[in-house]
Design a protein around this ligand. Structure first.
Ligand SMILES: *[C@@H]1O[C@H](CO)[C@@H](O)[C@H](O)[C@H]1NC(C)=O
Ligand SMILES: *[C@@H]1O[C@H](CO)[C@@H](O)[C@H](O)[C@H]1NC(C)=O
Ligand SMILES: *[C@@H]1O[C@H](CO)[C@@H](O)[C@H](O)[C@H]1NC(C)=O
Ligand SMILES: *[C@@H]1O[C@H](CO)[C@@H](O)[C@H](O)[C@H]1NC(C)=O
Ligand SMILES: *[C@@H]1O[C@H](CO)[C@@H](O)[C@H](O)[C@H]1NC(C)=O
Ligand SMILES: *[C@@H]1O[C@H](CO)[C@@H](O)[C@H](O)[C@H]1NC(C)=O
Ligand SMILES: *[C@@H]1O[C@H](CO)[C@@H](O)[C@H](O)[C@H]1NC(C)=O
Ligand SMILES: *[C@@H]1O[C@H](CO)[C@@H](O)[C@H](O)[C@H]1NC(C)=O
Ligand SMILES: *[C@@H]1O[C@H](CO)[C@@H](O)[C@H](O)[C@H]1NC(C)=O
Length: 554
């Protein structure tokens, strides 16, 4: 869930260093105990050794990169580790906590060690998921980092077949280069087992966890495998678990068009001062956007900036729009300005939303670990979790056409199914659902937004049914996961849940402390106390850091 919208946002708002390489992870010896070393100025890092294959614990190991921002409470108030997963799959929990550790502590309280970990194979964890011998080889085949741009299956008549061929090739490379057969073990059930190992290495029997987006799959899978090991568990931005484990992405699109509609409605209501793409009615704005998209499809626009160059075409524009739906409180105003500029012939602002610095070929660049092996991790974990798709081009075309009935963004979002169709590594005996448990040792707290473009509220509702004692907390908000905007109400419930074990009453709805198309003039009369400001800023920081660090896939 990353774009340079967020990068831009991050640079403007965050006095925080980018996920640093200041700690030499490979030099730190992995151990079955937590052997902390200072890292990243104010954090502690370690590598936890776990079995690669839990059914054959003597047959190889994996090392999990773990970072903590330590509790500042007196020992008597210490509450142990609180693990976070930022989604993806393939998002780095280390980067998230290094980027926003103090902000997490502000939201959840000083009683916890805020713990980020890179799921097995991801980022600093080893063996690293990688199918390529060099950065260059990788860049030529899947040039995606840091921004994932979906192909549009409607871009041209051969896009789907070309994408199909590309992902067959990537899938075959993965098989050919899968030394010792390690990739089959990079699955969510094993990541859940690793979370239990981390928890136990801290000396605790039960997990305390917050997982967003794909992190909801990880949390719910953990709760299904280890229902008696739940201390506290929040899943937030909840996927449809059956959809996830069957590789069917259609479910994700259910509310995407609703999120788009909030742009049209909000822009119409905001007026031209706060929405540069304004027109008198929502339907007029919608028509103007369709006309602009069609014009760009007919005639893409080249852009040259100081450090890169590229083309704003149909696919770039569609992705910029979809991207904005994930974090509309931060992005709608920027998107509207970009669309207005584009309509006036200036493509630079839209290009800037997704620009990637020109790839520099570093001849000797070290290949391992790929710190940002985000897309390979995504493919290996999500593709490896899912039932084999193995569909032909006509079947995938049919899948896409079916999905167009669910969302106008199916051309982008159904392309994930094409990725899966090339993935051939599926370990027999892995967990594939169904997700759920009659009774967990502590009830789950399940959070869903009213309009989430990637994880519709229905996913949270379904999860509540799968975990009978759990509680649903609805966030009245547009965007992906509760990171879309800060909510004092939500943080109050988070803290009550973690500290006192209190669940919200059925039917509880929180609102966010943010507005779509926020007035550019601001509201100087609004004063909040310092503590409140600190909490809101913490929420914004977590949102910006996590969105910057994870792939945009859910
Ligand atoms: C695909 O693009 C065409 C224009 O070339 C458009 O008419 C059609 O609605 C698009 N289909 C989808 C499903 O987006
Ligand atoms: C151990 O791993 C090797 C490959 O590294 C594999 O051939 C063998 O079957 C594995 N043994 C068990 C018991 O899983
Ligand atoms: C995918 O899920 C949708 C419902 O969300 C369903 O209509 C469709 O038939 C499913 N497709 C496949 C291939 O399972
Ligand atoms: C790259 O590696 C080669 C062989 O090890 C070495 O001779 C050369 O100096 C290296 N180049 C750079 C720029 O580090
Ligand atoms: C996948 O499909 C191809 C072509 O239809 C077939 O040859 C192959 O056996 C299938 N593989 C699996 C694992 O089903
Ligand atoms: C497409 O939808 C039809 C009608 O609902 C269904 O029978 C078919 O299985 C779907 N195909 C795919 C590939 O999703
Ligand atoms: C559910 O689990 C809790 C804690 O493990 C236990 O106290 C309770 O009796 C269980 N309830 C049911 C209905 O099994
Ligand atoms: C926890 O409960 C205690 C006692 O009822 C109360 O004083 C405290 O404010 C609660 N803390 C939170 C974070 O809800
Ligand atoms: C500014 O904030 C105050 C206090 O929250 C509120 O009463 C007022 O309506 C706001 N004004 C505008 C223009 O949003």
């Amino acid at each position: 869930m990353l774009s340079s919208t967020l990068l831009l946002f991050a640079i403007l708002h965050l006095p925080i260093a980018l996920g640093a390489s200041e700690f030499d992870w490979q030099k730190h010896k992995a151990s079955t105990k937590l052997t902390w070393a200072p890292c990243y100025d104010g954090f502690e890092c370690t590598r936890l050794q776990v079995p690669l294959d839990y059914t054959a614990p003597k047959n190889g190991t994996a090392s999990i990169a773990v970072v903590r921002f330590r509790s500042t409470s007196p020992k008597s108030e210490y509450r142990g580790p609180l693990l976070f997963n930022p989604g993806g799959p393939g998002g780095s929990g280390v980067d998230a906590v290094v980027g926003a550790g103090p902000a997490f502590a502000a939201v959840f309280g000083p009683e916890f060690d805020i713990v980020g970990f890179d799921p097995r194979g991801v980022s600093y964890s080893t063996p690293a998921i990688s199918f390529f011998k060099t950065d260059v080889e990788r860049e030529l085949l899947i040039p995606t980092v840091p921004n994932i741009v979906y192909p549009s299956l409607n871009a041209s008549s051969n896009t789907l077949s070309q994408e199909w061929a590309r992902w067959q090739l990537v899938g075959q490379l993965a098989v050919a280069r899968d030394e010792g057969g390690y990739l089959q073990h990079m699955t969510t059930d094993n990541i859940a087992r690793d979370m239990l190992q981390i928890t136990e290495a801290f000396g605790y029997a039960k997990l305390q966890y917050w997982g967003i987006s794909y992190g909801s799959v990880l949390g719910a899978t953990f709760a299904s495998l280890f229902p008696d090991k739940i201390g506290r568990l929040i899943i937030d931005g909840v996927e449809d678990m059956d959809g996830y484990y069957s590789g069917n992405t259609t479910f994700e699109m259910r509310d995407t068009d609703k999120a788009m509609q909030t742009f049209f409605d909000g822009c119409a209501a905001a007026g031209p001062a706060d929405c540069a793409f304004h027109a008198p009615s929502a339907s007029q704005i919608s028509e103007n956007l369709a006309a602009l998209t069609s014009a760009i499809r007919d005639q893409p626009v080249p852009v040259i900036t100081a450090d890169s160059h590229g083309i704003v075409d149909f696919v770039v524009l569609r992705n910029a729009i979809l991207n904005a739906l994930f974090s509309p409180y931060d992005s709608f105003g920027v998107l509207a300005a970009g669309l207005a500029a584009l309509a006036g012939g200036d493509a630079a602002p839209i290009y800037a939303l997704n620009s990637v610095p020109t790839f520099e070929c570093q001849y000797n660049a070290s290949v391992l670990p790929f710190h940002s092996n985000n897309l390979e991790s995504y493919l290996t974990i999500a593709g490896g979790d899912a039932a084999a798709v193995n569909e032909s081009i006509p079947q995938l075309q049919q899948f896409y056409e079916n999905a167009t009935k669910v969302s106008n963004f199916a051309d982008l979002l159904a392309s994930t199914r094409v990725l899966y169709s090339g993935w051939k590594i599926h370990r027999a005996g892995r967990f594939q659902g169904p997700v759920g448990a009659k009774n967990t040792s502590f009830p789950l707290l399940i959070v869903g937004n009213t309009v989430d473009p990637a994880t519709p509220l229905a996913g949270a509702v379904k999860a509540v049914q799968a975990f009978p004692r759990s509680a649903l907390l609805t966030l009245n908000a547009v965007g992906h996961t509760s990171l879309t905007a800060p909510s004092l109400c939500l943080y109050g419930y988070f803290r009550q849940y973690f500290i006192n074990g209190t669940l919200p009453q059925p039917g509880t709805v929180c609102s966010v402390d943010a507005t779509l198309f926020a007035p550019s003039s601001g509201n100087a009369t609004e004063r909040r106390d310092l503590e409140t400001e600190r909490l809101l800023e913490a929420g914004r920081t977590i949102g910006a850091v996590v969105r910057r660090g994870a792939s945009r896939r859910v």
